[in-house]
Design a protein around this ligand. Structure first.
Ligand SMILES: Cc1cc2nc3c(=O)[nH]c(=O)nc-3n(C[C@H](O)[C@H](O)[C@H](O)COP(=O)(O)OP(=O)(O)OC[C@H]3O[C@@H](n4cnc5c(N)ncnc54)[C@H](O)[C@@H]3O)c2cc1C
Length: 694
């Protein structure tokens, strides 16, 4: 028996000819990536192996025996696909221990013990990593939601197929996007200014995958009628945590397609629409949204300095500086700018803003009147380029009525806020899937984490947040689909407006909290970069910032209430009451129903009295009001889902637990005088106590 420890290269040729191998130290994810890359052609990976050849003495047939020792079940399965081992051990895992105890692999175990301890000063224990399995199969709530609303199996089958593709192909691409972030090349070798944004091949592949899977197209093909958006967003919900942030360009692309569709498709934007919604990777385009400037992202009305100069042919040239432009490798962008009239005058404020369509590159692939000043150094979302752009005579077409830019881009913001919600819920779901798997593998104090009730309670609390967020996300998508297909009632249209904002602001905050708790559930490993876990927290942090911060969206809720003369809130009250009446018969859910009804009545009283309060009162209450709307509506949806005939005990438990919290913080705080005008002064003294501004 010869043994050697070496760095060896496994390549396509290994296949069935792989000799008798004892593999000891392969990291599961590296091996899986290597294997999944093989069909694409010739990728190799270095795998640290102990090679052991062994001849069976009485061997009559030319049969090879392969013994594989891998560190994780995933590695083992991956090796199994390649080498068809007849005996397999997973070192340090439960399967390894049990196989050693039951004896079929004693010889190999002895061999491994000798070789491991002789070679390693750090011992032989290696923690099994959490496994990503097909997320559809693992997601009980998604499945029951689909069972309830999509009796046809078509959607379920497509999502399950896509779930497999995620595990076997896409997730590794997502990691690659993180490992190879975009770079900006300002000059070519000969000194020419080129401003090339160089992205990874995985990022490029994500664009192709997006077209193939119809991530944007599904929303416009409307194959499932008013449920088409639910279908599209379910798929994106699965995709988001593995997408390497490609969900960001998709959100803006979807938003741009919606803007163009709502404007009526004429040249040149008709061609753009075809491309944005194409399933052909060669034709598919992505779009950016260029609004934020140095003076303001929330306040674009005062912050936008970009100017649009009309040309003799009716097109425009744009000049300005866009401070945040994400996924800047996009093919086109929708841009806010102020039209300069024949006298060189502009209109200030939002009435002066118009919306423009611009193609980012010319026919030779060169930037069209754009200088990329720099790429942002970001906390997270590093997979995706976010640039500062100087626009200098960027050719553009006016697509909104002049001065109606903000109203016209509102459709884009609706879409990007929905996508934001989807990404937030998806991040929560993914961290829970990994966390609960890890709890079945990690021992502490003599038992698995899953057998420590306090640990499981912590994950259960994350699960309740995630279920509530999931149902709100789906409700927003359902209402959106109804609105688009013209089947929404007036109440539903108002609700959709209100809930899109509420869902974005609330789930953005939940995602940061749940993902942070999720990281802690891995102990120290949750803080270690190459587990891939810290990235999830970094990426979650942006969800409450872009597409409107929490405060700005809370103020939006007030604005939409005022603008609709209170109809959005009337619709909210009517809908919650209807849903609660429908479940009144269920005694198990009664405490939850009572909690929602009480919270709703407190909210009603608050809204009624707030109307008579001094100006500024509602502004101070805005965030708590938005949170109250979110918590009450989430409670209502959890109860509604738990009262469905196919619901599980866990659904009812989640509803009951959710409704134990303060569902109407705006009323509780109001009763303590938190929004009185003098509390604002006190807030200020508290914040600025000790502050010196010399
Ligand atoms: C990674 C990343 C990518 C981005 N990509 C894009 C992009 O592609 N296109 C684009 O146009 N923009 C993009 N942005 C910009 C983003 O949309 C803005 O940063 C965001 O809207 C906030 O605007 P601001 O930075 O000007 O903050 P400010 O408006 O200065 O806000 C600062 C703080 O003040 C608070 N605040 C402001 N006004 C009020 C008020 N009236 N009452 C109470 N609180 C208030 C806000 O809530 C916030 O907490 C991106 C940002 C990031 C971080």
């Amino acid at each position: 028996m010869g043994k050697s420890q070496c760095w060896t290269t496994l390549d396509n040729n290994v296949g069935g000819d792989w000799p008798h191998v004892l593999m000891v130290t392969t990291a599961g994810s590296a091996l899986r990536r290597m294997l999944s890359a093989q069909p694409a052609g010739g990728s190799t990976a270095h795998v640290r192996c102990v090679l052991s050849t062994r001849k069976e003495e009485e061997e009559e047939e030319e049969e090879e025996e392969v013994v594989v020792l891998a560190r994780s079940a995933m590695a083992l399965r991956a090796v199994g696909r390649l080498a068809r081992p007849r005996r397999a051990l997973c070192t340090q895992s439960a399967s390894y221990r049990s196989s050693v105890r039951s004896g079929p692999c004693d010889e190999a175990a002895e061999l491994s013990a000798q070789s491991l301890f002789s070679r390693s000063a750090v011992g032989s224990f290696f923690q099994d990593q959490p496994l990503l399995r097909n997320p559809v199969g693992e997601d009980a709530l998604l499945q029951s939601y689909l069972r309830r609303h999509f009796p046809s199996t078509e959607v379920k089958e497509d999502l399950s197929r896509f779930g497999e593709r995620l595990v076997n192909e896409i997730d590794a691409l997502g990691h690659e996007c993180e490992e190879h972030p975009p770079r900006l090349q300002h000059f070519d070798a000969w000194g020419n200014r080129v401003d090339r944004i160089l992205t990874s091949s995985a990022w490029t592949r994500m664009k192709e995958v997006s077209a193939e899977e119809g991530f944007v197209a599904a929303g416009y093909e409307r194959c499932f009628g008013e449920w088409s958006r639910v279908y599209q967003m379910s798929k994106l919900y699965l995709y988001a945590p593995s997408a390497g942030l490609y969900t960001c360009p998709l959100a803006m692309t979807d938003g741009a397609a919606k803007v163009i569709e709502s404007l009526g498709r004429s040249l040149p934007v008709d061609e753009a629409f075809q491309r944005l919604t194409s399933r052909d990777p060669k034709r598919f385009w992505t779009s950016g949204q260029w609004m934020t400037e140095r003076k303001g992202g929330s306040d674009v009305a005062r912050g936008t300095e970009t100017l649009a100069f009309q040309q003799p042919d009716g097109t425009y040239r744009l000049r300005g500086f866009k401070w945040f432009t994400s996924a800047t490798d996009a093919d086109m962008a929708l841009v806010l700018a102020r039209v300069v009239d024949g006298h060189g005058q502009i209109v200030q404020g939002s009435a002066g803003l118009s919306l423009f369509y611009a193609e980012v590159r010319d026919q030779f692939g060169r930037l069209n009147g754009i200088e990329v000043k720099r790429l942002k150094e970001k906390l997270g979302t590093r997979q995706m380029p976010t640039a500062e752009l100087l626009l200098y005579d960027l050719p553009a077409h006016l697509v909104s009525p002049e001065g109606r830019g903000v109203a016209t881009i509102a459709n884009m913001l609706t879409l990007t806020r929905i996508h934001n919600t989807v990404s937030a819920v998806a991040a929560m779901r993914r961290i829970i899937q990994l966390s609960r798997d890890y709890a079945t593998k990690r021992f502490a104090f003599g038992k698995l984490l899953k057998d420590h009730p306090l640990h499981v309670q912590t994950i259960a609390r994350m699960e309740i947040e995630t279920r509530a967020a999931f149902l709100l996300m789906m409700e927003v998508c359902r209402l959106f689909g109804k609105e688009e297909s013209g089947t929404a009632s007036d109440t539903e249209v108002h609700l959709f407006r209100l809930l899109t904002t509420v869902a974005k602001l609330y789930t953005g905050k939940q995602a940061v909290a749940v993902v942070s708790e999720g990281l802690e559930s891995f102990g120290g490993q949750g803080y270690i970069e190459d587990t891939g876990l810290p990235r999830m927290l970094r990426d979650a942090q942006v969800l409450s910032i872009w597409e409107g911060t929490t405060n700005i969206l809370s103020l939006d809720v007030l604005r939409s209430t005022a603008k609709s003369s209170g109809h959005v809130l009337d619709s909210f009250f009517a809908d919650v009451k209807t849903k609660m009446l429908a479940v009144n018969g269920s005694s198990a859910l009664r405490p939850a129903v009572e909690a929602v009804n009480t919270a709703l009545s407190c909210l009603g009283k608050f809204v009624h009295t707030a109307a008579q309060r001094p100006p500024g009162y509602m502004e101070l209450a805005a965030r708590d009001l938005a949170y109250s709307l979110a918590r009450i509506y989430m409670g209502c949806l959890l109860i509604d889902h738990a009262s469905w005939e196919g619901a599980s005990h866990a659904d009812a438990y989640a509803a009951l637990r959710w409704c134990e919290q303060d569902l109407c913080p705006v009323a509780s705080r109001d009763s303590r005088g938190i929004y009185d005008p003098n509390s604002s002064q006190m807030d200020s003294s508290l914040v600025y106590e000790g502050y010196t501004n010399n």
